[in-house]
Ligand binder design. Sequence first.
Ligand SMILES: NC(=O)c1ccc[n+]([C@@H]2O[C@H](COP(=O)([O-])OP(=O)(O)OC[C@H]3O[C@@H](n4cnc5c(N)ncnc54)[C@H](OP(=O)(O)O)[C@@H]3O)[C@@H](O)[C@H]2O)c1
Length: 253
Amino acid sequence: MSTALTGTTALVTGASGGIGAATALSLAAQGANVALAARRKDRLDELVERIKADGGTALAIETDITDRTQATAMIEQTVAAFGGLDTLVNNAGIMLLGPAESAPIEEWDRMIALNVQGLLYATHAALPHLLAAAEGPRATADIVNISSLAGRVPIAGSAVYSLTKHGVGAFTEALRQEVTGRHVRVSLIEPGPVATELFTNIRPEILEASKDAYANATLLHAEDIADTITYVVTRPARVVMSELLVRPDASQW
Ligand SMILES: NC(=O)c1ccc[n+]([C@@H]2O[C@H](COP(=O)([O-])OP(=O)(O)OC[C@H]3O[C@@H](n4cnc5c(N)ncnc54)[C@H](OP(=O)(O)O)[C@@H]3O)[C@@H](O)[C@H]2O)c1
């Protein structure tokens, strides 16, 4: 059966859990060959088996995208396995919260290394392949960058996370202008709070101090963002969903 993404290849970073894993499943269900990248290979292997059991095609690539050599190899391995690249979902990210005044500066380094540099390495290596794909019969290719509500609205206690996601937004729009004439769509998704493991990396004292803010908040599901990403990459080639803010219902966020 032919579906919207049959015959295309997608690479999802941060596919070992949360939004990335849900997105890999969703794109595979639409017929894409899916490359799954993250550091935890055991989780990627499980997801590959699940996709294959559902009749899909998937490949696990153990990668730390903060390492430029590994990020480049991840793209090359995808292209070697599937013959090209149509869709790059730059999803891998980390959120380490807390007031700037007392923050361990190593947390800032980690967020910049992954949320900014990792995304840049992956994008730079992928661009020639995406531009080539957009010259093919489908006449389009996609980069989908996962930002955050914190990339639209700076939030106290989230200064450097907000900085990284605002940077992703700026890069996304500038890159869109550069490549839209050659039919590569560059899109930004800004989720509000989603129930994933993202919050488990936050220092316990910071989590405790911010629990009231989240106490009654509705949380989105990873599948809600996966749906959004799938929607964006399955529009007709003439339609570019350049920016989408996805908020939960009944929530200040
Ligand atoms: N959850 C939310 O409320 C929320 C809201 C707005 C935006 N977002 C954004 O959504 C994206 C996905 O987050 P999530 O909520 O799904 O969180 P998550 O469940 O913690 O997933 C993060 C993913 O990033 C991967 N990752 C971490 N370090 C990596 C590295 N060095 N190289 C490659 N992959 C790496 C992790 O895999 P490994 O550990 O196996 O490498 C994991 O698969 C992030 O960009 C986040 O900022 C999330």
